[in-house]
Design a protein around this ligand. Structure first.
Ligand SMILES: [Zn+2]
Length: 332
């Protein structure tokens, strides 16, 4: 069998890379072969041989698994130096368990297997020289391996970047689509709101037929009359009403301030500008939109400088008359 010659071939080559081409029996794969296999850089034939070897050799399968671990654990931002350093360290940790396809700078490896007549004559090449050559060649391989590894790593990172960019673009596209849909919906709802507002403006600017007007009294006057509330009753069709606020307190102030609070005592409107009319009362028109509830309190303050004095308090109850009467027809 020609295979018998292999140990001698190995011996002749100071850095043997087990070449599967010249023999049926596949030797152990070295780290580079495993790496190339992992990177799918081997020819079809080579990777087929290696695959069948891996199926039988747990040593090589184990080293392949470690190699894949090594690549898997490489941080994506590793620098070339770091990759090379990690690779060297990885090689170093792996080599003790390496089933030594490497030829003997130390003869003892071969001694037992090779027939005596095939051994190189002692002193043919000094062991020291062999070691030196082997060491520098190994170093060279390590360095070139490091650079090849770095190239491969960079390509892999670039591919990852590209994938990430594509994903980002598709995400942006989706965002854009949903923004567009949102925009269309907003446009539609704005058109609706605008139409409703136009309708309302038209209604408010027209004449208000049968506009209700009520006279109300301060709390003290009401209690003298045996009542606690000013009551107004509104038809369901009216948009608002006017109030005449009779005043008991005759103290004059340069400015008056109105405050409207609801049943929970929350201020729903406040402002100044009120003036007493010729009959010494205040007047004001209110909309149902501002006062949709049924209990409110109106407070009038007199203001002098920074001093604010509570003048009158008007409790108010609004009743809604059930819609029986036909609503006044409106025509603009
Ligand atoms: Zn093997």
């Amino acid at each position: 069998m020609p295979n018998e010659l292999r140990p001698l071939n190995l011996f002749a080559d100071p850095l043997p890379r087990p070449s599967p081409k010249d023999g049926e029996k596949v030797p152990h794969a070295d780290l580079e072969q495993l790496r190339d296999y992992h990177r799918q850089r081997l020819s079809e034939q080579e990777s087929e041989r290696l695959r069948s070897h891996l199926a039988q050799c747990s040593d090589c399968a184990d080293r392949l698994a470690k190699l894949e671990d090594f690549f898997g654990q490489m941080p994506p931002d590793a620098s070339p130096e770091e990759i090379i350093e990690r690779w060297q360290h990885f090689q170093a940790t792996l080599s003790p368990s390496l089933p030594r396809p490497t030829p003997p700078a130390a003869e003892s490896d071969v001694e037992e297997e090779a027939p005596r007549w095939r051994r190189a004559p002692k002193g043919f090449v000094s062991r020291r020289t062999l070691i030196k050559v082997a060491t520098s060649l190994t170093l060279l391989v390590i360095i070139s391996t490091g650079f090849a590894l770095y190239d491969w790593w960079q390509a892999r990172l670039a591919r990852q970047d590209l994938d990430a960019a594509e994903e980002r673009v598709s995400r942006l596209w989706n965002d854009l689509q949903s923004l567009e849909r949102e925009h269309q919906m907003l446009k539609a709802s704005h058109a609706e709101q605008l139409a409703a507002l136009n309708e309302r403006v038209k209604r408010l600017t027209g004449p208000h037929l049968n506009w209700p007007v009520f006279e109300i009294y301060p709390r003290e006057v009401l209690s003298r009359l045996g009542s606690s509330m000013n009551e107004v009753t509104l038809a369901s069709s009216v948009d608002g009403f006017s109030l005449i606020l009779n005043v008991e307190n005759q103290t004059r102030y340069p400015e008056y301030r109105l405050e409207i609070v609801d049943a929970e005592n929350t201020i729903i409107w406040q402002g100044s500008g009120l003036q007493r009319n010729a009959l010494n009362a205040f007047t004001l028109a209110l909309t149902r939109d501002l006062l949709p509830g049924d209990h409110y309190t109106l407070k009038i303050y007199g203001k002098r400088g920074s001093r604010l004095v509570l003048l009158e308090v008007y409790p108010l109850r609004i009743r809604q008359r059930p819609a029986t009467a036909p609503s006044p027809s409106t025509r603009h």
